[in-house]
Design a protein around this ligand. Structure first.
Ligand SMILES: [Zn+2]
Length: 240
């Protein structure tokens, strides 16, 4: 383990442009459920039954009650050492970009500014009628579903199952992925596309890949270093 950390530090010390890719593992270390499997059950609904456009059209109140509950959980969660280390890495590298699949906004709370939230942000709302995007950080929503000034229904600005990722985020993601010389992959299973393909693209373009995950993933086969441990324990070491 120590040898692997040493190798990762050596790779980072020669790096000019660092890209960090994070997934639900980083949020899980703050106690946020991953919303996969039985972990994601709420009132006997699975995430796949609620996080869709058709579920929202059928019953926006039900879907919002679920998001309201999730927002309350996230609000209580504390940043963990991985969040803090990643925020610090942004300051250490002149060229830096963070790509996250997490919607909890915790990376922003930790201070990261150069980032793409691939799957959206649970604190951001979008009107289904006029398209206006706004932030609402009321931990308990006053009205469910929330309503826009234009009287349209507001939805969470999150990429639901079956929806495509936002163009703006994708452009930044692919640009940084092809330009970086090191990609640090943290707490992501590597099975949710298109995020799963990002380390493979970086590798193809010649970047070194450092993986910090609890267990082997499809990324392990292309990683230059794979460290199987909690991100909160390893990332502070890499930062040094
Ligand atoms: Zn509106």
């Amino acid at each position: 383990m120590e040898l692997k950390v040493k190798k990762a530090v050596e790779i980072l010390s020669k790096c000019n442009f660092l890209v960090v890719l994070t997934g639900s593992g980083v949020s899980a270390e703050s106690g946020i459920p991953t919303f996969r499997g039985k972990d994601g059950l709420w009132k006997n609904f699975r995430a796949e039954e609620l996080a869709t456009k058709s579920a929202f059209e059928k019953d926006p109140k039900l879907v919002w009650e679920w998001y309201d509950w999730r927002r309350q959980l996230i609000n209580k969660a504390r940043l963990n050492r991985a969040h803090l280390a990643i925020a610090r890495l942004e300051k250490m590298f002149e060229q830096f970009f963070l790509i996250t699949q997490n919607v909890d906004g915790l990376h922003s709370r930790a201070g990261n500014k150069k980032l793409a939230e691939l799957h959206g942000n649970i604190w951001r709302l979008r009107c289904i009628t006029c398209g206006k995007v706004s932030f609402n950080v009321d931990v308990s929503l006053k009205e469910i579903p929330p309503i826009c000034k234009c009287s349209g229904i507001l939805r969470p600005d999150i990429v639901w199952f079956g929806e495509s990722l936002q163009e703006r985020n994708l452009a930044k993601t692919y640009a940084s992925t092809s330009e970086c010389d090191v990609m640090l992959v943290v707490g992501t299973s590597g099975i949710v596309y298109p995020a799963a393909s990002i380390p493979f693209i970086a590798k193809d373009r010649g970047a070194k890949i450092i993986e910090v995950n609890l267990e082997e993933t499809p990324i392990t086969q292309i990683a230059d270093v794979s460290i199987f441990s909690k991100a909160g324990e390893i990332l502070p070491k890499l930062k040094k």
